[in-house]
Design a protein around this ligand. Structure first.
Ligand SMILES: Nc1ncnc2c1ncn2[C@@H]1O[C@H](COP(=O)(O)OP(=O)(O)OP(=O)(O)O)[C@@H](O)[C@H]1O
Length: 224
């Protein structure tokens, strides 16, 4: 379970999050929506342990991660979270397969085992044929599929995605989203996706709406 408990975050004079509390149940699928500047990315970065709130706690399986050192939070992220960003954020010097192998290797897997698992997952996502290409030599849709594979390859408890299909055309966006939902479901991961797109949001069970740095509870609902 991942939980934000009374989280406030400021950037200088700007208050991005005001006393936000949100609980993501194990295996739940949630779309986080709201106007530009409402605080969606800030909340996702706090939940991911990338940003530390000024006040409040982030609890991962009951453990408060806000008191941990940067190093401890990075380790926790590596072990238990998978994160996807709008532009994939892959390492350009590496091939798609090498990018997907990274989390496994950082967690101690050998090269051959990591490559085998990466190729399997890239195959399921329909990009095995470009597994040995660098990120600059493939399409945006292919790179984003590899980014999804990298976020899921180590079977994390939680997958967090910030506009993961925002840079893709409709066909690619649907395919990437379907794959992310299906693969997360298969490993029982909790999924939270930030999106502007109502079509994207329709793939999720719960909808959380943000406004002015707070959760708009009147428009937050279980939609399925
Ligand atoms: N690095 C930063 N420095 C200063 N202010 C920031 C920074 N990042 C975000 N903000 C401000 O914090 C508020 C929330 O921003 P955030 O990016 O979380 O919103 P968002 O809902 O994700 O927006 P978008 O949909 O445009 O990505 C906004 O007022 C934004 O201008």
């Amino acid at each position: 379970m991942l939980e934000a408990d009374g989280v406030t975050l400021t950037y200088g004079a700007t208050t991005a999050l005001r006393d936000v509390s949100l609980t993501l149940a194990p295996g739940s699928r949630t779309a986080l929506m709201g106007q530009s500047g409402s605080g969606k990315s800030s909340l996702l970065h706090c939940l991911a342990g990338v940003l530390v709130p000024d006040h409040g706690r982030i609890l991962l399986d009951g453990q408060d991660v806000t008191g941990l050192s940067d190093r401890e939070r990075s380790r926790l992220r590596l072990e238990r979270l998978g994160v996807v960003f709008q532009f994939g954020d892959l390492v350009p010097e590496l091939t798609l397969a090498e990018n997907v192998m990274l989390p496994l290797q950082l967690l101690g897997a050998g090269r051959a085992a990591a490559r085998g698992r990466a190729l399997e997952l890239l195959g399921e996502l329909g990009v095995a044929d470009v597994a040995d290409s660098r990120t600059g030599a493939v399409s945006g849709g292919q790179a984003q599929r590899a980014a999804v594979a990298r976020a899921l390859v180590h079977e994390p408890r939680v997958v967090l995605a910030d506009e993961p299909t925002g840079s893709l055309d409709t066909v690619n966006a649907e395919a990437v989203l379907d794959a992310m939902v299906a693969l997360s479901g298969r490993i029982g991961a909790t999924l939270l996706v930030v999106t502007h797109d109502n079509l994207v949001a329709s793939h999720f069970d719960d909808l959380v709406l943000m406004r002015d740095g707070a959760i708009d509870s009147s428009r937050t609902a279980t939609v399925r």
